[in-house]
Design a protein around this ligand. Sequence first.
Ligand code: SF4
Ligand code: SF4
Length: 202
Amino acid sequence: MLANHANLLRSGSALKRSSHSFRRFFGTHEKPVCEAAQPGAASRGNQPYDKRLSTNMTNSKIVQLLHVQDDNRVFVDMADDESNPCLSCGACCQHFRVSMYMGEMASSPGGTVPDELVSAVNPVIVCMKGTEAGYGRCVALRGVVGKPGIRCEIYPLRPSPCREYRVWLEDGTPNPDCQRLRKNIGLVPLKPRSAVQGVAQC
Ligand code: SF4
Ligand code: SF4
């Protein structure tokens, strides 16, 4: 779901490149790439940014929609259907400190994250409330962690660390951080992307 989460930040690459967040991520030219569940599935004519992700996609189950930013960061939107394991997990949203450059706040030009949902870390960095010290639940998380219906209240507005965090890596294998966090809350391991059953949403 998120993308990720003391100074733990989502995905071990932490602080997760909050320096990159210096750049505004809206208003940039994006090249969306559909990532399907089945090998051999489907590019829709979008300019592929990475052949490892887009090779020979056919009409299959889209489970991750990738948006390549001008600075080559890749933002991910998950399908809003049963193929999305985040909708019954949420483990990462109560584990990492979710930090971002303050320019991602809605009050900044191009920013999206509601100001009232962040805490100051230092003069230029903020983090999602609840995650300040790590191992805390993000204020935007709704539902019961590990149960169906868990969701991010601000998904379309979420910060860049959450957008960059990936359930499945480029080769289709599950994110090891997801596997570890899911295990911590008693969920079964994720399957490879190629084994996911879902409905095309792209
Ligand atoms: S599957 Fe991974 S990204 Fe999704 S909510 Fe769980 S830990 Fe987070
Ligand atoms: S903003 Fe949304 S996706 Fe990001 S940590 Fe909070 S609940 Fe999770």
